[in-house]
Design a protein around this ligand. Structure first.
Ligand code: SF4
Ligand code: SF4
Length: 469
């Protein structure tokens, strides 16, 4: 044996992309006439290159040097986002009941119809425990968030209002409501305290909203929601969620026009979550969803150009941020493991704890009870770990996908309920591919800021915008 081979193996100098230690940069067709993207799948480092300069950019050493310079920072940031977060928010359901019977609701019908309200004392008791817990786990300067969620939280209005006033500044508060009980008193209460308000509306006209959102007697709620939106005009902390289904897909563009006309600052055009079987009856095809969704985004951009006023489509803005400034993202679905059980968790009116509200109808994901169990042990329970350990690096095709850290392969609840296990592709794979391709096209054209909140980059440490001309 020669002296040379007795030595330990020496890694390459990393001067060639995609071999040795040169780092992987996979080319992606983004559907742009002039540009392609290259992405490092592990760290989510990316660059855009003119197509006719791609070979040169991959071989002239500049891209390799840039990747070498930035990759450690990107890897660390991605690791922190994926594995280093601690909960700072709780979705609190103060009642099991809801006055509506929406087609895609993830809470079982019996629970919504005949379920229980939390008493004021019980709600305040639960929040006292949460406050104690966060005082031990969060830095003193940060405030934990409580988002009152549904079922319909305003059906238990007295308890809700008392609890909010009892805790004052100890928490930042938000409420997600179907808006049917959002009367003047409730609006005054929330807006005078700076509480974020999220409403739901699924159509630009009453007959379209009625297809998925209705009372138990089949009556529509469209006009009531519109009234509430009108009364919230000028309040900066409100948003409207539309759930995109087969029933309203072709109207997404009109939804954007309606919201923009009503001066809604932020909306979400969320694809329907297919956790319970009934929701799957209105599940759109990915290609149709992508086409209508992108047309709606384009319309939001036209309206911004015409009026100078933005309507931010938050679920898409989050994908853009996942690409240009991962730590600035505000929603935690499009990352793996997702935020459920890591960045936040959810509590039912009985005090049962789940990784996310999406699991509230699924008893096997109950990790314990706030009144009986230690929160830290609930977060480490087998029920929670099933969700928090769903790592898309470990299963195919996501583990081989170059855009996996812009997508996150959501959602574990629907993946589990559709497939019976966690290690399956997210329910809207191709929709995510199209969103990422569109986001890169916007970046190539320098249009991305128009789709983001003003001031999105304040306090953001790492933002990437590498466009090689
Ligand atoms: S991906 Fe699903 S489980 Fe995770 S945070 Fe989003 S809705 Fe909740
Ligand atoms: S769901 Fe599809 S787009 Fe998302 S990471 Fe998996 S393979 Fe990629």
């Amino acid at each position: 044996m020669t002296a040379a081979v007795e030595k330990a193996a020496v890694p390459s100098r990393g001067i060639y992309i995609n071999s040795g230690t040169g780092g992987q940069l996979l080319p992606i067709d983004i559907g742009h006439a002039e540009y392609m993207a290259v992405v490092n799948p592990e760290t989510a480092f990316w660059a855009l290159s003119r197509k006719d300069a791609l070979a040169d950019n991959l071989t002239n050493g500049k891209l390799a040097a840039l990747f070498k310079e930035k990759s450690a920072e990107f890897a660390e940031e991605m690791h922190m986002l994926r594995f280093g977060l601690k909960p700072s928010a709780v979705y609190v359901n103060p009642t099991e009941r809801c006055n509506l019977d929406c087609s895609y609701c993830y809470i079982p019908a019996d629970m919504r119809r005949f379920g229980e309200h939390m008493s004021t004392d019980k709600l305040i008791g639960a929040m006292t425990r949460l406050k104690d817990y966060f005082s031990q786990t969060m830095d003193a300067g940060r405030r934990p968030q409580i988002i009152f969620h549904g079922a319909e939280p305003l059906l238990n209005k007295e308890a809700l209002f008392e609890a909010i006033d009892h805790f004052g500044d100890a928490f930042g508060f938000g409420v997600q409501t179907n808006a049917t009980a959002l009367d003047d008193e409730a609006i005054d209460f929330f807006t005078s305290r700076g509480i974020s308000i999220g409403l739901s509306l699924d159509g630009p006209a009453a007959e379209i909203t009625l297809k998925t959102r209705r009372t138990w007697r089949g009556k529509g709620v469209h006009d009531k929601v519109l009234e509430a939106i009108g009364r919230l005009e000028g309040y900066p902390s409100f948003s409207v969620i539309s759930t995109a289904t087969t029933e309203n897909l072709m109207h997404l563009k009109s939804m954007v026009e309606l919201f923009h006309g009503l001066k809604v600052p932020t909306c979400m055009l969320n694809q329907v979550r297919c956790t319970l079987p009934r929701a799957r009856t209105v599940r759109p095809q990915d290609q149709d969803l992508a086409r209508h969704f992108i047309a709606a985004l384009e319309r939001s951009h036209e309206l911004y150009q015409e009026t100078g006023r933005k309507l931010v489509v938050a679920n898409f803005a989050n994908i853009l941020l996942a690409i240009i400034a991962p730590t600035a993202r505000r929603l935690m679905c499009d990352i793996s493991p997702c935020g459920g059980g890591r960045a936040f968790f959810a509590m039912s009116p009985k005090g049962d704890l789940f990784p996310c509200s999406e699991f509230i109808g699924l008893p096997e994901f109950n990790g314990g009870n706030l009144f009986k169990d230690d929160i830290a042990s609930v977060l480490d329970s087998a029920a929670f770990r099933k969700v928090t350990e769903r790592d898309l690096d470990t299963f195919k095709p996501c583990g081989d996908c170059a855009i996996r850290h812009f997508c996150g392969s959501p959602c574990p609840a629907e993946v589990h309920e559709i497939n019976g296990a966690m290690e399956y592709t997210g329910a809207f794979c191709e929709f995510y591919e199209e969103q990422v391709r569109y986001a890169f096209r916007l970046i190539a054209d320098g249009r991305e800021d128009a789709y983001l909140w003003d001031g999105w980059d304040e306090g953001v440490e790492t933002a990437l915008d590498v466009v090689l001309r």
